[in-house]
Design a protein around this ligand. Structure first.
Ligand code: NAD
Length: 489
Protein backbone atom coordinates (compact mmCIF):
# COMPACT_ATOMS: atom_id res chain seq x y z
CA UNK A 1 0.00 0.00 0.00
CA UNK A 2 1.36 3.43 -0.97
CA UNK A 3 1.77 6.12 1.70
CA UNK A 4 -1.08 8.63 1.74
CA UNK A 5 -0.71 11.61 -0.58
CA UNK A 6 -0.71 14.94 1.19
CA UNK A 7 0.39 17.44 -1.48
CA UNK A 8 -2.43 19.85 -0.70
CA UNK A 9 -3.03 21.14 2.82
CA UNK A 10 -6.17 19.36 4.03
CA UNK A 11 -9.39 21.17 4.78
CA UNK A 12 -9.77 22.03 8.48
CA UNK A 13 -12.74 21.57 10.70
CA UNK A 14 -13.21 23.38 14.01
CA UNK A 15 -14.63 22.91 17.45
CA UNK A 16 -18.03 24.45 18.17
CA UNK A 17 -18.24 26.27 21.50
CA UNK A 18 -20.94 28.71 22.56
CA UNK A 19 -22.25 29.06 19.00
CA UNK A 20 -18.85 29.78 17.45
CA UNK A 21 -16.46 27.71 15.36
CA UNK A 22 -13.12 27.86 17.15
CA UNK A 23 -9.59 26.47 16.92
CA UNK A 24 -8.43 24.09 19.66
CA UNK A 25 -6.35 25.64 22.46
CA UNK A 26 -3.48 23.28 21.61
CA UNK A 27 -3.31 24.57 18.02
CA UNK A 28 -2.79 20.95 16.98
CA UNK A 29 -4.75 19.01 14.39
CA UNK A 30 -5.16 15.30 13.64
CA UNK A 31 -5.03 13.93 10.07
CA UNK A 32 -8.31 12.45 8.95
CA UNK A 33 -8.28 9.90 6.12
CA UNK A 34 -10.76 9.07 3.42
CA UNK A 35 -10.86 5.27 3.87
CA UNK A 36 -11.90 4.68 0.26
CA UNK A 37 -8.76 6.36 -1.11
CA UNK A 38 -6.36 6.09 1.83
CA UNK A 39 -5.66 9.83 1.46
CA UNK A 40 -5.71 12.55 4.11
CA UNK A 41 -8.65 14.79 3.38
CA UNK A 42 -9.23 16.87 6.49
CA UNK A 43 -7.60 18.10 9.69
CA UNK A 44 -9.41 17.57 12.98
CA UNK A 45 -8.80 19.68 16.13
CA UNK A 46 -6.83 17.89 18.80
CA UNK A 47 -8.64 19.26 21.84
CA UNK A 48 -7.56 19.05 25.46
CA UNK A 49 -8.89 19.83 28.93
CA UNK A 50 -8.61 23.59 28.16
CA UNK A 51 -11.26 23.27 25.43
CA UNK A 52 -13.43 21.31 27.85
CA UNK A 53 -13.07 24.07 30.49
CA UNK A 54 -14.09 26.69 27.94
CA UNK A 55 -17.11 24.67 26.78
CA UNK A 56 -18.20 23.95 30.38
CA UNK A 57 -17.98 27.66 31.28
CA UNK A 58 -20.42 28.60 28.50
CA UNK A 59 -22.63 25.54 28.83
CA UNK A 60 -23.27 26.24 32.52
CA UNK A 61 -24.59 29.72 31.76
CA UNK A 62 -26.54 28.71 28.65
CA UNK A 63 -28.24 25.79 30.37
CA UNK A 64 -29.83 27.99 33.04
CA UNK A 65 -31.76 29.93 30.37
CA UNK A 66 -32.50 26.88 28.24
CA UNK A 67 -34.14 25.17 31.20
CA UNK A 68 -36.64 28.04 31.33
CA UNK A 69 -37.60 27.81 27.66
CA UNK A 70 -41.06 26.27 27.24
CA UNK A 71 -41.46 22.67 26.12
CA UNK A 72 -43.28 23.91 23.01
CA UNK A 73 -40.42 26.18 21.99
CA UNK A 74 -37.79 23.52 22.63
CA UNK A 75 -39.84 21.10 20.55
CA UNK A 76 -40.12 23.62 17.69
CA UNK A 77 -36.34 24.15 17.62
CA UNK A 78 -35.67 20.41 17.54
CA UNK A 79 -38.22 20.03 14.74
CA UNK A 80 -36.41 22.72 12.75
CA UNK A 81 -33.10 20.85 13.26
CA UNK A 82 -34.78 17.70 11.91
CA UNK A 83 -36.13 19.59 8.90
CA UNK A 84 -32.72 21.07 8.12
CA UNK A 85 -31.02 17.67 8.38
CA UNK A 86 -33.59 16.35 5.93
CA UNK A 87 -33.12 19.32 3.60
CA UNK A 88 -29.34 18.70 3.63
CA UNK A 89 -29.58 14.93 3.20
CA UNK A 90 -27.48 14.78 0.07
CA UNK A 91 -24.66 16.91 1.51
CA UNK A 92 -24.63 15.04 4.82
CA UNK A 93 -24.79 11.62 3.15
CA UNK A 94 -21.84 12.50 0.93
CA UNK A 95 -19.84 13.74 3.92
CA UNK A 96 -20.67 10.57 5.88
CA UNK A 97 -19.65 8.33 3.00
CA UNK A 98 -16.32 10.11 2.42
CA UNK A 99 -15.54 10.21 6.13
CA UNK A 100 -16.39 6.59 6.96
CA UNK A 101 -16.13 4.61 3.70
CA UNK A 102 -19.77 3.48 3.86
CA UNK A 103 -21.78 3.32 0.62
CA UNK A 104 -23.33 6.69 -0.18
CA UNK A 105 -26.61 4.89 -0.90
CA UNK A 106 -26.63 3.50 2.67
CA UNK A 107 -25.87 6.88 4.26
CA UNK A 108 -28.68 8.42 2.19
CA UNK A 109 -31.16 5.66 3.05
CA UNK A 110 -30.24 4.92 6.67
CA UNK A 111 -27.82 7.23 8.49
CA UNK A 112 -29.12 10.67 7.59
CA UNK A 113 -32.88 9.95 7.69
CA UNK A 114 -32.37 8.36 11.10
CA UNK A 115 -30.50 11.45 12.36
CA UNK A 116 -33.48 13.61 11.38
CA UNK A 117 -35.85 11.08 12.94
CA UNK A 118 -33.90 11.18 16.23
CA UNK A 119 -34.54 14.92 16.57
CA UNK A 120 -38.17 14.63 15.45
CA UNK A 121 -38.82 11.76 17.83
CA UNK A 122 -37.53 13.56 20.94
CA UNK A 123 -39.08 16.88 19.81
CA UNK A 124 -42.48 15.23 20.03
CA UNK A 125 -41.69 12.90 22.95
CA UNK A 126 -41.17 15.84 25.33
CA UNK A 127 -44.66 17.10 24.52
CA UNK A 128 -46.03 13.87 26.03
CA UNK A 129 -43.52 13.30 28.82
CA UNK A 130 -45.17 13.68 32.20
CA UNK A 131 -44.52 12.97 35.85
CA UNK A 132 -46.67 11.33 38.50
CA UNK A 133 -48.65 12.26 41.58
CA UNK A 134 -49.36 9.71 44.34
CA UNK A 135 -52.27 10.22 46.72
CA UNK A 136 -51.21 8.55 50.00
CA UNK A 137 -54.44 9.37 51.86
CA UNK A 138 -56.89 12.29 51.96
CA UNK A 139 -54.31 14.52 53.72
CA UNK A 140 -51.12 13.55 52.04
CA UNK A 141 -49.92 13.37 48.47
CA UNK A 142 -46.64 13.29 46.56
CA UNK A 143 -45.70 14.73 43.24
CA UNK A 144 -42.55 14.07 41.28
CA UNK A 145 -40.66 16.56 39.18
CA UNK A 146 -37.97 15.76 36.63
CA UNK A 147 -35.36 18.46 36.20
CA UNK A 148 -32.52 18.52 33.66
CA UNK A 149 -29.20 17.26 34.98
CA UNK A 150 -27.21 20.28 33.78
CA UNK A 151 -24.43 19.36 31.38
CA UNK A 152 -24.34 15.92 29.75
CA UNK A 153 -21.18 14.57 28.09
CA UNK A 154 -21.99 12.60 24.93
CA UNK A 155 -19.25 10.43 23.41
CA UNK A 156 -19.92 8.51 20.20
CA UNK A 157 -18.15 6.05 17.87
CA UNK A 158 -17.31 6.03 14.15
CA UNK A 159 -19.58 3.37 12.69
CA UNK A 160 -22.86 5.33 12.46
CA UNK A 161 -21.46 8.80 13.03
CA UNK A 162 -24.40 11.22 12.77
CA UNK A 163 -27.02 8.55 13.54
CA UNK A 164 -25.54 7.78 16.98
CA UNK A 165 -24.31 11.31 17.74
CA UNK A 166 -27.84 12.71 17.35
CA UNK A 167 -29.36 9.74 19.22
CA UNK A 168 -27.54 11.01 22.34
CA UNK A 169 -27.77 14.75 21.78
CA UNK A 170 -31.46 15.04 20.91
CA UNK A 171 -32.92 13.69 24.21
CA UNK A 172 -30.33 15.60 26.26
CA UNK A 173 -31.20 18.94 24.67
CA UNK A 174 -34.92 18.22 24.54
CA UNK A 175 -35.02 17.78 28.33
CA UNK A 176 -33.31 21.12 29.00
CA UNK A 177 -29.68 20.12 29.36
CA UNK A 178 -26.60 21.57 27.73
CA UNK A 179 -24.37 19.09 25.93
CA UNK A 180 -20.63 18.72 25.46
CA UNK A 181 -20.28 16.17 22.72
CA UNK A 182 -17.32 14.39 21.20
CA UNK A 183 -17.67 12.58 17.88
CA UNK A 184 -15.11 9.97 16.95
CA UNK A 185 -11.85 11.54 15.80
CA UNK A 186 -12.05 9.20 12.79
CA UNK A 187 -15.45 10.43 11.54
CA UNK A 188 -16.05 14.00 12.77
CA UNK A 189 -17.42 15.60 9.59
CA UNK A 190 -21.19 15.28 9.96
CA UNK A 191 -21.05 16.38 13.61
CA UNK A 192 -19.24 19.50 12.37
CA UNK A 193 -21.98 20.11 9.77
CA UNK A 194 -24.65 19.50 12.42
CA UNK A 195 -23.28 22.42 14.46
CA UNK A 196 -24.14 24.83 11.62
CA UNK A 197 -27.57 23.25 11.25
CA UNK A 198 -28.34 23.67 14.96
CA UNK A 199 -27.27 27.31 14.80
CA UNK A 200 -29.47 27.94 11.75
CA UNK A 201 -32.39 26.23 13.49
CA UNK A 202 -32.16 28.70 16.38
CA UNK A 203 -30.67 26.48 19.09
CA UNK A 204 -29.30 28.98 21.61
CA UNK A 205 -25.51 29.33 21.84
CA UNK A 206 -23.82 27.14 24.42
CA UNK A 207 -26.47 24.40 24.44
CA UNK A 208 -24.62 22.16 22.00
CA UNK A 209 -20.83 22.27 22.18
CA UNK A 210 -18.81 19.93 19.99
CA UNK A 211 -15.20 19.13 20.84
CA UNK A 212 -13.03 17.06 18.54
CA UNK A 213 -9.98 15.00 19.28
CA UNK A 214 -8.57 11.84 20.75
CA UNK A 215 -10.56 9.84 23.25
CA UNK A 216 -7.63 9.55 25.64
CA UNK A 217 -7.28 13.34 25.75
CA UNK A 218 -10.45 15.34 25.25
CA UNK A 219 -12.75 12.33 25.78
CA UNK A 220 -11.18 11.58 29.13
CA UNK A 221 -11.29 15.27 30.12
CA UNK A 222 -15.04 15.30 29.45
CA UNK A 223 -15.48 12.13 31.48
CA UNK A 224 -13.46 13.50 34.41
CA UNK A 225 -14.89 17.02 34.53
CA UNK A 226 -16.73 17.50 37.84
CA UNK A 227 -19.32 19.88 36.34
CA UNK A 228 -20.38 17.37 33.68
CA UNK A 229 -22.86 15.35 35.70
CA UNK A 230 -23.78 12.56 33.30
CA UNK A 231 -21.93 10.63 30.61
CA UNK A 232 -23.59 8.92 27.69
CA UNK A 233 -21.08 6.71 25.89
CA UNK A 234 -21.30 4.45 22.86
CA UNK A 235 -18.19 2.56 21.86
CA UNK A 236 -16.10 -0.45 22.77
CA UNK A 237 -16.47 -2.46 25.98
CA UNK A 238 -12.80 -1.78 26.77
CA UNK A 239 -13.25 2.01 26.80
CA UNK A 240 -16.67 1.73 28.46
CA UNK A 241 -15.02 -0.15 31.33
CA UNK A 242 -12.35 2.55 31.67
CA UNK A 243 -15.00 5.28 31.72
CA UNK A 244 -17.04 3.39 34.34
CA UNK A 245 -13.99 3.13 36.59
CA UNK A 246 -13.55 6.92 36.46
CA UNK A 247 -17.13 8.10 36.82
CA UNK A 248 -18.45 5.56 39.32
CA UNK A 249 -16.59 7.06 42.32
CA UNK A 250 -17.74 10.49 41.11
CA UNK A 251 -21.39 9.25 41.25
CA UNK A 252 -22.18 10.53 37.77
CA UNK A 253 -25.11 9.13 35.86
CA UNK A 254 -23.74 6.76 33.25
CA UNK A 255 -25.15 5.15 30.13
CA UNK A 256 -22.95 2.64 28.29
CA UNK A 257 -23.70 1.16 24.87
CA UNK A 258 -20.85 -1.21 24.01
CA UNK A 259 -19.72 -4.17 21.93
CA UNK A 260 -21.44 -7.38 20.89
CA UNK A 261 -20.95 -10.84 19.42
CA UNK A 262 -24.47 -11.20 18.15
CA UNK A 263 -25.92 -14.55 17.07
CA UNK A 264 -28.36 -15.11 14.20
CA UNK A 265 -30.21 -18.34 15.03
CA UNK A 266 -31.49 -20.07 11.90
CA UNK A 267 -33.95 -22.93 12.42
CA UNK A 268 -34.78 -25.51 9.75
CA UNK A 269 -38.40 -24.34 9.75
CA UNK A 270 -37.54 -20.76 8.77
CA UNK A 271 -38.86 -19.02 5.67
CA UNK A 272 -35.75 -20.01 3.75
CA UNK A 273 -35.38 -17.27 1.13
CA UNK A 274 -36.34 -14.43 3.48
CA UNK A 275 -33.96 -15.77 6.12
CA UNK A 276 -31.09 -16.01 3.66
CA UNK A 277 -31.52 -12.38 2.64
CA UNK A 278 -32.08 -11.25 6.23
CA UNK A 279 -28.97 -13.01 7.55
CA UNK A 280 -26.87 -11.71 4.67
CA UNK A 281 -27.97 -8.18 5.48
CA UNK A 282 -27.44 -8.65 9.22
CA UNK A 283 -23.86 -9.87 8.72
CA UNK A 284 -22.59 -7.41 6.14
CA UNK A 285 -24.49 -4.11 6.23
CA UNK A 286 -22.03 -1.22 6.62
CA UNK A 287 -19.15 -3.71 6.10
CA UNK A 288 -20.26 -5.50 9.26
CA UNK A 289 -19.53 -2.37 11.27
CA UNK A 290 -22.82 -2.10 13.13
CA UNK A 291 -22.85 -3.10 16.78
CA UNK A 292 -25.97 -5.17 16.00
CA UNK A 293 -24.47 -7.12 13.09
CA UNK A 294 -24.55 -10.92 13.29
CA UNK A 295 -21.02 -12.24 13.80
CA UNK A 296 -22.07 -15.81 14.64
CA UNK A 297 -24.57 -17.52 12.36
CA UNK A 298 -25.99 -20.55 14.17
CA UNK A 299 -27.69 -22.95 11.75
CA UNK A 300 -29.78 -26.06 12.55
CA UNK A 301 -27.86 -29.13 11.43
CA UNK A 302 -30.48 -30.45 9.01
CA UNK A 303 -30.20 -27.37 6.75
CA UNK A 304 -26.59 -26.44 7.56
CA UNK A 305 -25.05 -27.53 4.24
CA UNK A 306 -27.71 -26.02 2.02
CA UNK A 307 -27.86 -22.74 3.96
CA UNK A 308 -24.06 -22.50 4.02
CA UNK A 309 -23.75 -22.97 0.25
CA UNK A 310 -26.47 -20.43 -0.51
CA UNK A 311 -25.10 -17.88 1.95
CA UNK A 312 -21.59 -18.23 0.55
CA UNK A 313 -22.96 -17.72 -2.96
CA UNK A 314 -24.95 -14.62 -1.93
CA UNK A 315 -21.94 -13.22 -0.06
CA UNK A 316 -19.66 -13.64 -3.06
CA UNK A 317 -22.18 -11.67 -5.12
CA UNK A 318 -22.03 -8.58 -2.88
CA UNK A 319 -20.57 -5.75 -4.93
CA UNK A 320 -17.47 -4.24 -3.36
CA UNK A 321 -16.49 -0.88 -4.76
CA UNK A 322 -16.16 2.89 -4.54
CA UNK A 323 -18.62 3.95 -1.82
CA UNK A 324 -19.77 6.81 -4.04
CA UNK A 325 -20.88 4.41 -6.78
CA UNK A 326 -24.64 3.89 -6.50
CA UNK A 327 -24.31 0.12 -7.10
CA UNK A 328 -21.77 -0.50 -4.35
CA UNK A 329 -23.00 -2.76 -1.55
CA UNK A 330 -19.71 -3.05 0.38
CA UNK A 331 -17.59 0.07 0.82
CA UNK A 332 -14.30 0.53 2.70
CA UNK A 333 -13.73 -0.21 6.38
CA UNK A 334 -13.24 2.91 8.39
CA UNK A 335 -9.47 3.24 8.86
CA UNK A 336 -6.06 1.69 8.23
CA UNK A 337 -5.96 0.56 11.87
CA UNK A 338 -9.34 -1.12 11.66
CA UNK A 339 -8.42 -2.66 8.28
CA UNK A 340 -5.37 -4.27 9.92
CA UNK A 341 -7.43 -5.37 12.91
CA UNK A 342 -10.01 -7.16 10.76
CA UNK A 343 -7.34 -8.82 8.60
CA UNK A 344 -5.61 -9.90 11.78
CA UNK A 345 -8.86 -11.47 13.05
CA UNK A 346 -9.07 -13.47 9.80
CA UNK A 347 -5.50 -14.70 10.38
CA UNK A 348 -6.39 -15.70 13.95
CA UNK A 349 -9.38 -17.65 12.62
CA UNK A 350 -7.13 -19.49 10.14
CA UNK A 351 -4.60 -20.25 12.87
CA UNK A 352 -7.39 -21.58 15.08
CA UNK A 353 -8.25 -24.06 12.31
CA UNK A 354 -11.16 -22.21 10.70
CA UNK A 355 -12.01 -22.83 7.07
CA UNK A 356 -12.47 -19.69 4.96
CA UNK A 357 -15.60 -20.29 2.89
CA UNK A 358 -15.40 -16.99 1.01
CA UNK A 359 -13.52 -13.70 1.28
CA UNK A 360 -10.60 -13.99 3.66
CA UNK A 361 -8.54 -10.97 2.71
CA UNK A 362 -8.21 -7.46 1.31
CA UNK A 363 -9.38 -6.30 -2.10
CA UNK A 364 -7.25 -3.99 -4.23
CA UNK A 365 -9.52 -1.81 -6.33
CA UNK A 366 -8.39 0.12 -9.36
CA UNK A 367 -8.03 3.85 -9.95
CA UNK A 368 -8.61 6.34 -7.15
CA UNK A 369 -9.52 3.53 -4.73
CA UNK A 370 -6.31 1.52 -5.14
CA UNK A 371 -5.10 2.51 -1.65
CA UNK A 372 -8.50 2.20 0.03
CA UNK A 373 -9.25 -0.10 2.96
CA UNK A 374 -11.44 -2.74 1.30
CA UNK A 375 -11.99 -6.25 2.68
CA UNK A 376 -13.89 -9.10 1.03
CA UNK A 377 -16.94 -10.12 3.06
CA UNK A 378 -15.80 -13.28 4.80
CA UNK A 379 -17.53 -16.42 6.07
CA UNK A 380 -15.67 -18.96 8.21
CA UNK A 381 -16.68 -22.41 9.51
CA UNK A 382 -15.20 -25.16 11.62
CA UNK A 383 -14.49 -23.20 14.80
CA UNK A 384 -15.67 -24.05 18.30
CA UNK A 385 -17.82 -21.42 19.97
CA UNK A 386 -15.08 -21.12 22.62
CA UNK A 387 -12.49 -20.03 20.02
CA UNK A 388 -11.23 -16.43 20.08
CA UNK A 389 -12.88 -15.87 16.71
CA UNK A 390 -16.28 -16.75 18.19
CA UNK A 391 -15.74 -14.92 21.47
CA UNK A 392 -14.14 -11.59 20.53
CA UNK A 393 -15.89 -8.82 18.62
CA UNK A 394 -14.44 -8.37 15.12
CA UNK A 395 -16.67 -5.53 13.88
CA UNK A 396 -15.83 -6.03 10.21
CA UNK A 397 -17.45 -8.05 7.44
CA UNK A 398 -16.50 -11.38 9.02
CA UNK A 399 -18.99 -13.94 10.33
CA UNK A 400 -18.73 -17.57 11.35
CA UNK A 401 -21.12 -20.45 10.70
CA UNK A 402 -21.84 -22.88 13.54
CA UNK A 403 -24.20 -25.88 13.33
CA UNK A 404 -26.56 -26.67 16.21
CA UNK A 405 -28.57 -29.79 17.15
CA UNK A 406 -31.78 -28.42 18.64
CA UNK A 407 -33.44 -25.48 20.40
CA UNK A 408 -31.55 -25.90 23.69
CA UNK A 409 -28.22 -26.25 21.96
CA UNK A 410 -28.92 -23.06 19.94
CA UNK A 411 -29.73 -21.11 23.13
CA UNK A 412 -26.63 -22.44 24.86
CA UNK A 413 -24.39 -21.34 21.97
CA UNK A 414 -26.15 -17.98 21.60
CA UNK A 415 -25.57 -17.15 25.26
CA UNK A 416 -22.01 -18.45 25.46
CA UNK A 417 -20.11 -15.12 25.22
CA UNK A 418 -19.50 -12.22 27.57
CA UNK A 419 -21.76 -10.06 25.37
CA UNK A 420 -25.52 -9.63 25.27
CA UNK A 421 -26.40 -6.87 22.84
CA UNK A 422 -28.71 -8.31 20.18
CA UNK A 423 -29.78 -11.51 18.45
CA UNK A 424 -32.03 -12.58 15.61
CA UNK A 425 -34.14 -15.73 15.54
CA UNK A 426 -35.41 -17.17 12.25
CA UNK A 427 -38.31 -19.65 12.44
CA UNK A 428 -41.95 -19.95 11.28
CA UNK A 429 -42.88 -21.70 14.55
CA UNK A 430 -44.36 -18.92 16.68
CA UNK A 431 -44.07 -20.83 19.96
CA UNK A 432 -40.42 -21.61 19.34
CA UNK A 433 -39.77 -17.99 18.36
CA UNK A 434 -41.14 -16.76 21.69
CA UNK A 435 -39.36 -19.43 23.73
CA UNK A 436 -35.97 -18.80 22.18
CA UNK A 437 -36.34 -15.00 22.23
CA UNK A 438 -37.14 -15.15 25.96
CA UNK A 439 -34.12 -17.33 26.74
CA UNK A 440 -31.45 -15.45 24.81
CA UNK A 441 -29.54 -13.06 27.06
CA UNK A 442 -29.64 -9.96 24.88
CA UNK A 443 -31.16 -6.51 25.21
CA UNK A 444 -32.74 -6.76 21.75
CA UNK A 445 -34.00 -9.88 19.97
CA UNK A 446 -35.47 -9.67 16.48
CA UNK A 447 -37.65 -12.51 15.18
CA UNK A 448 -37.59 -13.01 11.39
CA UNK A 449 -36.12 -9.54 10.97
CA UNK A 450 -33.08 -7.48 11.81
CA UNK A 451 -32.50 -3.81 12.65
CA UNK A 452 -36.14 -2.82 12.50
CA UNK A 453 -36.22 0.03 14.98
CA UNK A 454 -39.12 1.65 16.83
CA UNK A 455 -37.56 4.57 18.70
CA UNK A 456 -39.96 4.15 21.62
CA UNK A 457 -38.45 0.78 22.57
CA UNK A 458 -35.58 0.37 25.07
CA UNK A 459 -32.27 0.05 23.25
CA UNK A 460 -29.18 -1.41 24.88
CA UNK A 461 -27.29 -4.48 25.93
CA UNK A 462 -26.98 -6.97 28.77
CA UNK A 463 -23.79 -8.42 30.27
CA UNK A 464 -20.62 -6.73 28.92
CA UNK A 465 -22.59 -5.03 26.12
CA UNK A 466 -24.12 -2.27 28.13
CA UNK A 467 -25.51 -0.50 31.12
CA UNK A 468 -28.82 1.34 30.96
CA UNK A 469 -31.07 1.78 27.95
CA UNK A 470 -31.47 4.47 25.31
CA UNK A 471 -34.64 5.37 23.41
CA UNK A 472 -38.16 6.35 24.42
CA UNK A 473 -38.86 7.26 28.04
CA UNK A 474 -35.59 5.56 29.10
CA UNK A 475 -33.59 8.28 27.35
CA UNK A 476 -35.69 11.08 28.83
CA UNK A 477 -35.40 9.54 32.29
CA UNK A 478 -31.63 9.25 31.93
CA UNK A 479 -31.37 12.94 31.00
CA UNK A 480 -33.40 14.13 33.99
CA UNK A 481 -33.18 13.88 37.76
CA UNK A 482 -36.41 12.95 39.58
CA UNK A 483 -37.38 14.69 42.78
CA UNK A 484 -40.33 13.66 44.93
CA UNK A 485 -42.15 16.31 46.93
CA UNK A 486 -44.46 15.08 49.70
CA UNK A 487 -47.27 17.46 50.82
CA UNK A 488 -49.53 17.36 53.86
CA UNK A 489 -52.67 19.44 53.28
P1 NAD B 1 -14.04 3.28 21.02
O1 NAD B 1 -14.47 2.77 22.33
O2 NAD B 1 -12.64 3.14 20.62
O3 NAD B 1 -14.35 4.85 20.92
C1 NAD B 1 -15.65 5.37 21.09
C2 NAD B 1 -15.54 6.85 21.43
O4 NAD B 1 -14.91 6.97 22.69
C3 NAD B 1 -14.70 7.65 20.44
O5 NAD B 1 -15.25 8.94 20.29
C4 NAD B 1 -13.36 7.72 21.14
O6 NAD B 1 -12.57 8.82 20.76
C5 NAD B 1 -13.80 7.84 22.59
N1 NAD B 1 -12.79 7.43 23.57
C6 NAD B 1 -11.75 6.58 23.39
N2 NAD B 1 -11.03 6.48 24.54
C7 NAD B 1 -11.65 7.25 25.46
C8 NAD B 1 -11.39 7.55 26.82
N3 NAD B 1 -10.37 7.01 27.48
N4 NAD B 1 -12.23 8.40 27.46
C9 NAD B 1 -13.30 8.92 26.82
N5 NAD B 1 -13.57 8.69 25.52
C10 NAD B 1 -12.77 7.86 24.84
O7 NAD B 1 -15.03 2.63 19.95
P2 NAD B 1 -15.00 2.78 18.38
O8 NAD B 1 -13.86 1.98 17.86
O9 NAD B 1 -15.14 4.21 18.02
O10 NAD B 1 -16.39 2.08 17.99
C11 NAD B 1 -16.53 0.71 17.80
C12 NAD B 1 -17.13 0.07 19.04
O11 NAD B 1 -18.36 0.70 19.36
C13 NAD B 1 -17.48 -1.40 18.84
O12 NAD B 1 -17.08 -2.11 19.97
C14 NAD B 1 -19.00 -1.40 18.71
O13 NAD B 1 -19.63 -2.59 19.07
C15 NAD B 1 -19.37 -0.28 19.62
N6 NAD B 1 -20.69 0.24 19.32
C16 NAD B 1 -21.71 -0.04 20.18
C17 NAD B 1 -22.99 0.41 19.89
C18 NAD B 1 -24.15 0.12 20.82
O14 NAD B 1 -25.18 0.75 20.67
N7 NAD B 1 -24.02 -0.81 21.75
C19 NAD B 1 -23.22 1.18 18.75
C20 NAD B 1 -22.16 1.44 17.90
C21 NAD B 1 -20.89 0.98 18.20
Amino acid sequence: MKPPKSDNPPMRIFNYINGKFVEPFSGHYIDNFNPATGEIYCAVPSSTHEDVEEAVKHALIAQKSWEEVSIQEKSAILMRIADLIEKNTERLALAESIDSGKPLSLARKMDIPRAAENFRFFATAILHYSTQTYQTNSQYFNYTTRKPIGIIGCISPWNLPLYLFTWKIAPAIATGNAVIAKPSEITPMTAYLLAGICRDAGLPDGILNILNGFGGKVGESIVKHPKIKAISFTGSTKIGREIASIVSPMFKKLSLEMGGKNPAVVFADCDYEKTLQGVLRSAFTNQGQICLCSERILIEKSIYKRFKNDLVEATKNLKIGNPLDENTQQGAVVSATHFQKVLNCIEIAKNEGGTILCGGGAVILEGENENGFFIKPTLIEGLDNKSRTNQEEIFGAVATLIPFEDENHAIELANDTIYGLSASVWTENIGKAHRVAQKIDAGIVWVNSWLVRDLRTPFGGMKDSGMGREGGWDALNFCTEPKNIGIKV
